[in-house]
Design a protein around this ligand. Structure first.
Ligand code: CAA
Length: 257
């Protein structure tokens, strides 16, 4: 597939999507988000892919929704086109998506990172929800995911003051899972993605699905969901192989079934 605003490459079982509007700090235009949705769908549906990475460049992961394209929107345009709802591609994705964030992840950029399953930050990463500066509020999940992934106080602070938090603060707050030096961001993220991608794919998908239940259900329902999925894994060839390999003191060879 040909893309104008992103690039897509495959390295082994990992798909890497790079946002590619550097002059606009990867501002998320509707066209870029349409391409991103297509690329994510294609990688998610590709049996040869086990994990997906989304990244930007050293200066910006993404500086938010494209302001120049939104500035003249009317309420009716936003409502009738259901602006941004079409960007919720991630809810349907079954394979893990890792955000590799360097530089700015602001507004829709931070919200994009939060749609991913793991966020790995370079030391220069900056996260924020500065929409209030523009006379609007976050609209791509920021007011909902930020308090769940960090805390109510942190979400209020960021959304109401527009201040940015650095990588260290974002890790302490729970938004980021690891911080790495900028020059190692892609190498380290790829290593994480490659590791995940070479585990048993159905097990990886079931873990992702189960952890997501923690955000969408009451605890008792989530635990029941996890228990049933866990029990189903005794039907996997990969479970027989993984346990046999452990007992035989060798590396397992997973067949993703
Ligand atoms: N939309 C459109 N263009 C953007 C953009 C955005 N979100 N962010 C940056 N750009 C453009 C700038 O207009 C500028 O273009 P020109 O060279 O044509 O002037 C170019 O990218 C470089 O930006 P700056 O000159 O501003 O770079 P800087 O280093 O001085 O500042 C910055 C960097 C602090 C990130 C600053 O660009 C900035 O504040 N950007 C806007 C951040 C923002 O408000 N994001 C929220 C958007 S609304 C949203 O996302 C809603 C939602 O919930 C989905």
């Amino acid at each position: 597939m040909n893309y104008e605003f992103i690039t897509v490459e495959q390295k082994g079982r990992v798909g890497v999507i790079t946002l590619n509007r550097p002059k606009q700090l990867n501002a998320l235009s509707p066209a870029l988000m349409t391409e991103l949705g297509r690329a994510l769908g294609a990688l998610d549906g590709d049996a040869g892919i086990g994990a997906i990475v989304i990244t930007g460049n050293d200066k910006a992961f993404a500086a938010g929704a494209d302001i120049s394209q939104m500035k003249d929107f009317s309420y009716m345009h936003a409502y009738l086109t259901d602006y941004i709802t079409g960007w919720e591609h991630f809810r349907a994705l079954r394979k893990p998506v890792i955000a590799a964030v360097a530089g700015y992840a602001l507004g829709g950029g931070n919200e994009l990172a939060m749609q991913c399953d793991i966020v790995i930050a370079a030391e220069n990463a900056k996260f924020g929800q500065p929409e209030i500066n523009l006379g609007i509020m976050p609209g791509y999940g920021g007011t909902q995911r930020l308090p769940r992934f960090t805390s109510k106080a942190k979400a209020m602070d960021l959304c109401l003051t527009a201040r940015m938090m650095d990588a260290q603060e974002a890790e302490r707050a729970g938004l980021v899972s690891r911080i790495v030096p900028l020059e190692k961001l892609m190498e380290e993220t790829f290593a994480v993605a490659d590791k995940i991608a070479n585990y048993s794919l159905p097990v990886v998908m079931m873990i992702k699905e189960s952890i997501n239940r923690a955000y969408e259900t009451a605890l008792a329902e989530g635990v029941l969901f996890e228990r049933r999925v866990f029990q189903s894994q005794f039907s996997l060839e990969d479970q027989k192989e993984g346990m046999a390999a452990f007992l035989e003191k060798r590396k397992p060879t997973f067949k993703h079934r």
